[in-house]
Design a binder for this molecule. Structure first.
Ligand code: UGY
Ligand code: MN
Length: 248
């Protein structure tokens, strides 16, 4: 049935909800047999870019000048960089620092969440090196004192990294214990389950496949609804002073 122009997607000054019915595919420079659903980027005021890369078998990402983080949603990709080569299956992830070239080639039809951000170096702090891993190898911890809300930090907790990518799993009925309002922005992909996301002064039903961007200080709260856990992948800028280096 025709949806007569209705969608759950919504663009607001400090947040964006994109549901799969509104995704538009595009090619980014250097991509081969691969297309991108660009979810957010500097055009909207974000300091990073997030997209979902959809690969045909043998498809490849283009190069980037920025740091890049990949999380495999479906299928498997071969990643090569800094002398390492590795096959990443679902829940596998990779971090590539700015500088050294790397390649990402799909071993089969695959979907990968991609984050790219220009690196903000810190004096006397070592720049990060490449990481290849799998979410299954990462220990989770409870957020606050709620065992029903488990977080996995996919990148090491050191000042070298200027962003974080985490997964968060909510048991049915679990919720953030507070409405968060913070300087960091978020890029979020719902991976499993669903619930209600408060963004600004609106409450949205959300489900697996949806993307959310939250700008700095966007009021945010989530409660999981349904009989299965809700899980999302979430980016945030991290470990840096709010003033950009030249203004300090
Ligand atoms: O890390 C976070 O700020 C996270 N708790 N935010 C969120 O889930 N919206
Ligand atoms: Mn938050």
């Amino acid at each position: 049935m025709h949806n007569l122009g209705r969608t759950r997607s919504s663009q607001q000054p400090n947040h964006l909800l994109l549901t799969p019915d509104t995704f538009v595919r595009t090619a980014l420079p250097g991509m081969k047999n691969c297309s991108a659903v660009v979810h957010v980027g500097p055009a909207l005021g974000a300091a990073f870019t997030q997209y979902t890369a959809e690969f045909e078998s043998g498809g490849e990402l283009g190069a980037t000048d920025a740091q890049r983080f990949l999380y495999v949603l479906e299928g498997s990709v071969k990643v090569e960089g800094e002398g390492k080569s590795h096959q990443l299956a679902a829940r596998g992830y990779a971090y590539f620092p700015e500088g050294p070239a790397h390649r990402v080639v799909a071993a089969q039809t695959s979907r990968v969440a991609v984050f790219e951000k220009s690196y903000q170096p810190l004096d006397s702090v070592k720049r990060p090196s490449a990481i290849l891993s799998n979410e299954d190898a990462v220990e989770s911890h409870a957020l606050g004192d709620d065992p029903d809300l488990q977080v996995k930090c996919l990148l090491p907790d050191t000042m070298s990294f200027d962003f974080a990518v985490n997964t968060m799993v909510y048991q049915p009925g679990a919720a953030l214990s507070m409405v968060e309002m913070h300087v960091m922005e978020h890029g979020l992909l719902m991976l499993e389950g669903g619930g209600i996301y408060r963004l600004g002064d609106s409450w949205y039903p959300v489900t697996a496949g949806d993307f959310i961007w939250m700008g700095p200080w966007c009021p945010q709260w989530f409660g999981a609804i349904g009989k299965a856990p809700a899980k999302y992948l979430i980016y945030k800028d991290w470990n840096r002073h709010p003033l950009p280096p030249k203004q300090r």
